[in-house]
Structure formats: structure tokens, C-alpha cells
Design a protein around this ligand. Structure first.
Ligand code: SF4
Length: 455
């Protein structure tokens, strides 16, 4: 495709997104970036001119899964080439950053590789590709120019929107590849964020989730150079009338100060639900992980949040079988879970991430032991989740209804605790936040009826 054609012809873009909410946000931005070049999003890879794999490196064997997906896409590229059509393949995201040139060595049919801090250059790289047919790579860590280059006006994300306010991380937990793939911690400027929040609100979002790998470390600047922390930023954003619900993720216990804790008690738009990863309940393991806090400090934080807002609920991430974890360490994790009483949790067996400090540790744990511990932990987590959902029966909750339910006149949505809720006689209230009374707790969802205030 020649450069002039690239600008003029209508083209289809297929994006496959792996991983976290930040990647979901980045994929929206990639679609926004390519829209001025005439690209429209397509669900069908076979019909598309460009495919972007927006990858994630957090799970085990992430790169192998990407290579296997690339093998499948190559067959489609070859079939299109036989008919005289082209399919440009772009690998973006953290696997792109971690693998770099290796991707071209193993999958030479990939056209472009970009890291999570350089995807703003995709339009330029596509133009370059249309002039000189060669593999193109950009893994720069220039975060500020990235946000400068992203379009402010974005396509609607629907009722519930994401907004990245912070990227990267300086914490260097020994199991984690984020500091290497996303780079050092960076907070966006407050006026940039506010402008984007206004644009998101004008597109119809009523819920906004502020994102960052380490969102609680946010320290953006006002135009006059004064620093703004996460609590202050939330206060600004809460003034936008369209937003009825505000949340933020992912937080590190070390950064949670009294101001943000108290805000949960005073700002009604801030959800009473927080994802606060602890990873382990053992001080020895927390130290080995370089988490920089103890189990007791974490429990004290939970207590402070509950004091500020008694109906506060929590979720967390856990890693079991970290190198050197004994049965006693694991029992400490089980004790911490029991002490907190979570609404929901994500738990994984420790697995090696190449290049991380933990990958070089010698005292790796047997797979069978890890599987057994994970099984015990997950049983406890499921029990707690069911207990939390059962405790909701009879309570009044607020639900953001976003689609039709399975049966006639039902609508479904999410409570302020991110529980899936099906509401009877509410089909005409989709896109609204309604007050409901919970009538039943099922395996993975709640049933509810409208309260007098909503019906
Ligand atoms: S704080 Fe989170 S993102 Fe940063 S290194 Fe630790 S686990 Fe990774």
C-alpha cells in the first residue's frame, strides 16, 4: 500500500487485547490514533487490513502464547496474500517490549513491534512501512511524548470508562516484570487528565476508573507546578457532574495515606470497594518479594479504611509457592485472608518471569506443593466470596445497569462492590444507576428488585 493510499482508503483494524484494564485503555487509544488514517474497528480478523496484538507479560508463558497466536494469524495473512490482499501484523504491549527483535527472528512475517510506551508512533510506523517494506521496531520509554501524542477526543467507552493517570513502577517487587516493560513511574499532568475526563464524561460515561500500575503513587502537577496526590485528583474529578461513580486501581499498600483513606468516608462518588494487593501473609515472604510492608501494617490499613467507611470491601492478589515459602508462611497467608474477609480475590501459583530477581532464586517450590496450596487458598477465597454475597441479601445496593438480562424485563449491571446483579422489571432503566434490594445470592451473581426510590 502506498503512502497516499494509506491516508485515503477505508481500512479495517482488528485489535486483540490481553491482560489488564490498562491494556484495554491502550487499545481504545490505538483505535483513536488510527481513526484519522481511515481505520474502522472490525471484529473479524479475516476482513481486516491491520491486526494489533496488544499483549501482556504478567502470566506464565505469555510470550509462547503470543507466538502461537501469531502462527494462527500468519495462515490468515498467507491466505489473504494469495488473493492479493495484505494483512499488516503489529505486536504491541509488554511482550513486544520484553521480546523486541526476537519477535522478528521467530516470526519474520510480523511487520511492526512497539512497546507500551511507544504505541503513539504506530501511525508513523505504518506510513514508513508503506514506503519501505521492512520490519519496524520502537521500544522507546518516552512516556510524556506518548500522552502528548494521544488524541484527546476519544471514541465512547460506554457507561463505564477507563482513564490512565499514571504508568510504570519504581517498586521493583522481585517477581514482577512491570518496571522493565512499562518503565519508571510517571504521573500525567493534572490539566491533561482533567481535559480527558471531561471528554469521557461528554461521551456518556457515568463511571470512571482511574488507572495506573501503581495508581496510589500518583503525584501529577498542576500547571503552576504544585503537586497533586491521588486524593486531590479524585476531588477534582468528582466535581464533574456526569460522573456518579469513581474508582482507582491498582494500589500499593505502602502508598495509601490518611488523605485517600479519609476520602472514602467523605466522597460519596468514591466506591466503597478497593483492590489492594498484598500477595502474601508472611512477613518473611513479603520481605523476599521486596513489598516493603508487613502483614500487620496491611491489616492496620484495612482497619483504617473500615473505620473511615464501615461498609468498605476489599479484593487482593495472592501468589502462592513463592521461592522459599514454607507451609508456615502459607498458613500466615491463610490467616491474613481470614482476618480480612475479602469480597473477591485473584490467586496464582508463583511462576518464573524471565529477567526478574525471583527467577534467579534457587529455592523454587515444587509444582505439586504449589498446586495444593493454591487449591486450599482458592477454596477459602470462594467461601469468603459466597459469604460476602450472601450477606448482601436484604441490603440496598446501587447498580449501574448496562444491558438486558437473560429473561424478559430483566436488566443486569454491577453493584458498587463490582458484583454482577440481575434486576427484575428494570429493562427500561438500562444506562441508569438504580437502587435495588438484593433478594438472592447465586454462584456468581445476585438477584434483586427495584426499591421504591427507583421504581
Ligand atoms: S508494585 Fe505492582 S507493578 Fe510495581 S513492581 Fe510491585 S507488583 Fe509490579
Amino acid at each position: 500500500m502506498q503512502t497516499a493510499e494509506l491516508e485515503l482508503l477505508p481500512k479495517k483494524l482488528h485489535i486483540v487485547t490481553y491482560g489488564c484494564q490498562m491494556n484495554v485503555y491502550d487499545s481504545y487509544k490505538m483505535a483513536d490514533l488510527l481513526s484519522p488514517l481511515g481505520f474502522v474497528s472490525s471484529d473479524k480478523l479475516e476482513d481486516s487490513n491491520v491486526v494489533i496484538l496488544n499483549t501482556c507479560n504478567i502470566r506464565e508463558k505469555a510470550s509462547e502464547k503470543v507466538y502461537s497466536e501469531l502462527g494462527r494469524i500468519k495462515k490468515i495473512k498467507d491466505a489473504k496474500a494469495a488473493k492479493g490482499d495484505n494483512l499488516t501484523i503489529i505486536v504491541a504491549g509488554c511482550v513486544g517490549q520484553a521480546e523486541g527483535e526476537e519477535i522478528f527472528a521467530r516470526a519474520p512475517y510480523v511487520d511492526i513491534v512497539v512497546g507500551p510506551q511507544s504505541y503513539q508512533t504506530i501511525p508513523r510506523l505504518l506510513r514508513e512501512l508503506s514506503r519501505e517494506n521492512k520490519n519496524l521496531l520502537n521500544l522507546d520509554f518516552a512516556i510524556e511524548p506518548k500522552f502528548d501524542a494521544l488524541p484527546e477526543e476519544s471514541a465512547s467507552q460506554g457507561l463505564s470508562a477507563f482513564l490512565t493517570i499514571q504508568e510504570g513502577c519504581d517498586k521493583f517487587c522481585k517477581f514482577c516484570c512491570v518496571p522493565f516493560t512499562r518503565g519508571p513511574e510517571f504521573s500525567r499532568g493534572v490539566s491533561d487528565i482533567y481535559r480527558e475526563a471531561l471528554a469521557i464524561a461528554s461521551k456518556g460515561a457515568v463511571e470512571i476508573n482511574l488507572l495506573g500500575q501503581n495508581v496510589s503513587a500518583f503525584h501529577g502537577k498542576n500547571p503552576d507546578g504544585s503537586e497533586v496526590n491521588l486524593a486531590k485528583l479524585i476531588r477534582y474529578i468528582a466535581q464533574i457532574p456526569n460522573f456518579k461513580r469513581i474508582s482507582y486501581t491498582t494500589s500499593h499498600p505502602r502508598d495509601m495515606d490518611d488523605e485517600i483513606i479519609e476520602l472514602h468516608g467523605t466522597e460519596p462518588k468514591l466506591l466503597p470497594f478497593l483492590h489492594l494487593p498484598v500477595q502474601s501473609g508472611s512477613d518473611k515472604i513479603l520481605k523476599c518479594m521486596n513489598r516493603k510492608h508487613t502483614a500487620e501494617e496491611y491489616l492496620k490499613l484495612i482497619e483504617k479504611f473500615r473505620k473511615a467507611r464501615p461498609d468498605m470491601a476489599f479484593s487482593s492478589d495472592f501468589i502462592v509457592g513463592y521461592p522459599g515459602e514454607t507451609e508456615e508462611d502459607f498458613q500466615n497467608t491463610m490467616d491474613l485472608v481470614k482476618a480480612v474477609g475479602y469480597a473477591n480475590c485473584y490467586s496464582f501459583k508463583y511462576s518464573i518471569r524471565p529477567g526478574t530477581a525471583a527467577s534467579y532464586m534457587e529455592n523454587q517450590i515444587d509444582e505439586e506443593i504449589k498446586a495444593d496450596r493454591l487449591d486450599r487458598l482458592q477454596k477459602l477465597i470462594v467461601e469468603q466470596q459466597q459469604q460476602f454475597n450472601r450477606a448482601s441479601i436484604g441490603k440496598k445496593l446501587n447498580v449501574l445497569l448496562d444491558k438486558k438480562g437473560r429473561h424478559e424485563n430483566q436488566a443486569t449491571g454491577k453493584s458498587e462492590y463490582m458484583q454482577a446483579v440481575t434486576v427484575e422489571n428494570a429493562e427500561d432503566l438500562i444506562e441508569k444507576i438504580v437502587e435495588v434490594q438484593i433478594t438472592e445470592a447465586r454462584q456468581n451473581s445476585l438477584m434483586a428488585t427495584l426499591t421504591k426510590a427507583s421504581s
